[in-house]
Design a protein around this ligand. Structure first.
Ligand code: ADP
Length: 351
C-alpha cells in the first residue's frame, strides 16, 4: 500500500527495506531497520573481524578478509611476508565490490598489484578475501549452499533455520586456481546469474540433478558416500547462529534509533539468505549473507538466441514456497502452535 492504508495490518511485506512504507505503528514488518547496511560485504567483514579478534577459534568459518581501500597496505605487506617465508606458495584471493551481488564485478588475483583499486578517479570500496581453493566437489563441480534463515525477533533473539535449502553448481569442472584459469568464472563462481549463461547449465525438474538442486538431495548423496551429515549440519547451524550474533549489537542500535522504546511502532522479522561453501574437509565456510534473497520461483531460459523467457522452476518452488509458508505460520499472531519445517534456536522457551 504505497499510499497508505487506514486499517492496520498484522503483517507488512516490504520488497527491499524497513523504510519502504513509513508511518507503520503496529503489526509486524518483514524487514529490520539497518539490515541491508549491516550485511553489505564491508560491514559484514568488519563485524566478523571483531568477533574473530575476540573468539578466533569460534569464528574460523569466515575467510580472512581485508577492506579496500583502507587496508591495502596491510594486505600487500602480509602477502609479501607469506611469499617471502615460503617461495613455493602462491595464495589466491577473491575481490568483491561492496554492495555488489550475483557475482557482479568479482575477480580472482594472486598478487596485490592485480587489484583494480580505482573506478575513474574514485577509490573502489571492496573486500579482498582469501580464496578457498579446496572446495568439496560433486560430479567434479564446485557448488555452494543457499540456506534460508528467519530472524523472528532480536530481543529475545530467535532464529529459525529452514531444513531445506538450495545448492548452486558451477558449470565447468573445478581446477585449483592457476594464473591461467583465474578468469574462468564458470569454474570458480557458483552464482546462478553467471552460470545460467554457460552452455553447460542444466535446468532440471528433478531435485537431485542439474545445476540447481535441493540441499537435502546433496546431503543424501554425501551420506551415501559415508559422510557424517549430522556433523556437517550441526556445523552449519553453529555457523549461522554465530554469524547472527556478530551482527546483532549493531542491529539493535538501528532498531532503537528507528523504533525507540515507548514509541508506537511495529515489530520486525526477516528472512536472510546465507551463502555457504563446504570445504573438501567438509568444514562449512560463510561466503556472505543476503538481506534480500531472491524468492523467484521461475528461471530464465533462452528460447531463441538473445530471447529469454521465465519458466517455472520446481526446485525453487519446492524450497522457497516452504520458506515463505513457514515464515507466515510463525509470524501469524493467531497461530499459537505453528507446524513448520524449520529448526528453532532461541534464547527463550520454544513456541
Ligand atoms: P555475490 O554477492 O556477488 O554473489 P559472493 O560473496 O556470494 O558474492 O561470491 C560469489 C561467488 O564466488 C560465491 O557464490 C562462490 O562461488 C565464490 N566465492 C566467494 N567467496 C569465495 C571464497 N572466499 N573462496 C572461494 N570461493 C568464493
Amino acid at each position: 500500500f504505497p499510499l497508505g492504508r487506514r486499517a492496520a495490518c498484522d503483517i507488512y511485506w516490504h520488497g527491499v527495506s524497513f523504510h519502504d512504507n513509513e508511518n507503520i505503528v503496529s503489526g509486524q514488518v518483514n524487514k529490520f531497520p539497518g539490515m541491508v547496511e549491516m550485511l553489505r560485504k564491508i560491514n559484514l567483514s568488519r563485524a566478523m573481524r571483531t568477533m574473530q579478534e575476540l573468539f578466533p577459534e569460534e569464528y574460523d568459518f569466515y575467510p580472512r578478509s581485508w577492506i579496500l581501500p583502507e587496508e591495502y597496505q596491510q594486505f600487500s605487506a602480509q602477502i609479501r611476508m607469506v611469499k617471502e617465508k615460503d617461495t613455493t606458495v602462491s595464495p589466491t584471493f577473491i575481490v568483491k565490490p561492496d554492495g555488489g551481488s550475483q557475482g557482479d564485478g568479482i575477480y580472482l588475483i594472486r598478487d596485490p598489484s592485480d587489484l583494480k583499486l580505482m573506478v575513474g578517479a574514485q577509490p573502489k570500496q571492496a573486500v579482498v578475501q582469501e580464496y578457498i581453493h579446496k572446495p568439496l566437489l560433486i560430479d567434479k563441480l564446485k557448488f555452494d549452499i543457499r540456506l534460508y534463515v528467519l530472524i523472528k525477533s532480536l530481543e529475545p533473539l530467535e532464529i529459525y533455520i529452514a531444513k531445506e535449502g538450495l545448492t548452486r553448481f558451477c558449470t565447468e569442472p573445478y581446477q585449483e586456481p592457476t594464473q591461467k584459469n583465474l578468469s574462468h568464472v564458470f569454474m570458480h563462481l557458483t552464482n546462478y546469474s553467471l552460470n545460467v549463461h554457460s552452455g553447460n547449465f542444466v535446468h532440471s525438474d528433478s531435485q537431485s540433478t542439474g545445476s540447481k538442486r535441493t540441499l537435502s538431495s546433496v546431503l543424501y548423496r554425501l551420506a551415501a558416500k559415508g559422510v557424517d551429515i549430522k556433523r556437517v549440519w550441526s556445523d552449519i547451524i553453529a555457523l549461522v547462529i554465530k554469524s547472527v550474533i556478530a551482527v546483532v549489537p549493531e542491529l539493535k542500535l538501528h532498531y532503537q534509533a528507528d523504533i525507540p522504546p515507548g514509541k508506537p511502532g511495529p515489530t520486525c522479522f526477516q528472512i536472510l539468505g546465507f551463502d555457504i561453501l563446504l570445504m573438501k574437509n567438509l568444514k562449512p565456510v560463510l561466503l556472505e549473507v543476503n538481506s534480500n534473497p531472491s524468492m523467484r520461483i521461475e528461471h530464465e531460459q533462452e528460447v531463441a538466441p538473445g530471447v529469454s523467457e521465465y519458466v517455472p522452476s520446481p526446485v525453487d518452488e519446492h524450497v522457497k514456497v516452504g520458506v515463505i509458508r513457514d515464515t507466515l505460520r510463525l509470524m501469524d499472531p493467531f497461530n499459537k502452535k505453528p507446524t513448520v519445517n524449520m529448526i528453532s534456536h532461541s534464547t527463550q522457551p520454544l513456541l
